[in-house]
Ligand binder design. Structure first.
Ligand code: B16
Ligand code: MG
Length: 213
């Protein structure tokens, strides 16, 4: 078998919380009088919370202290978690659920590799923890994507080597992280157009057609 495990990014692959990130960052940016739009939001895919804030503050004339920045990030996160509280199992498509089940039936080990510290909450609200043998997320890493740490930890949790795992990502930074860690990569959404992606996917179920075995 080519791969023994698959490591999935969460936001943009398994579920779509980018709209909630956008709402929460937009509220903070408006409060601070900083321009923010969907295009800037796209640059935040797969990027950690503090690094996302730095991207938003690029347009600020004012310089903020580390203490102020931590407060802003906390404020954004509170708003974001209020929005996540409304999530339910219906936020995960049948296509994703059926594909994950089919991959498990083929004997593949599945893991999450997400930059988000809110991963446990999202998995709980959507009832998706049951599909994964391991979870590596923003809570167990020191370096965010494009650093490969989150995927290397996920492979380690599965007891597998990077070359035995496929990383599935929507973000360029996530594909970079996969490549840096020595993983093969499959890209969905924006990452399907990225030249470093090994397996471009038109949709999530395409994973079943990818030469993973
Ligand atoms: P949090 P992923 C990433 O999730 C998001 O794409 C990114 O927009 C967000 O800033 C990051 O998680 C951190 O999220 O503030 O919840 O810790 O795509 O790596 O699953
Ligand atoms: Mg993502």
């Amino acid at each position: 078998m080519r791969f023994k495990g698959i490591i999935f990014d969460l936001d943009g692959v398994i579920c779509f919380t980018d709209k909630y990130h956008y709402k929460a960052w937009k509220a903070l940016a408006d409060k601070l009088g900083i321009y923010f739009d969907e295009e800037i939001n796209d640059r935040l895919r797969g990027v950690s919370r503090m690094a996302s804030l730095d991207i938003i503050l690029e347009r600020s004339e004012k310089k903020y202290s580390e203490e102020e920045k931590l407060r802003f990030a906390e404020e954004k996160n509170e708003l974001y978690r209020d929005l996540l509280a409304e999530m339910s199992p219906s936020d995960i498509s049948d296509e994703v659920r059926k594909t994950l089940s089919a991959l498990r039936e083929r004997g593949l080990k599945l893991a999450i590799g997400s930059s988000s510290k809110n991963t446990p909450l999202i998995l709980k609200k959507t009832d998706t923890a049951k599909y994964f043998d391991a979870v590596s997320d923003g809570n167990n890493i020191a370096f965010s994507k494009p650093d490969p740490e989150v995927f290397l930890k996920a492979a380690g949790f599965l007891g597998l080597k990077p070359e035995q795992c496929l990383v599935v990502e929507d973000a360029f930074s996530g594909i970079e992280a996969g490549v840096a860690g020595g993983f093969a990569t499959a890209g969905i959404g924006p990452a399907s157009q990225y030249e470093k992606t090994d397996y471009p996917l038109n949709c999530f179920a395409d994973l079943l057609k990818t030469p993973i075995e």
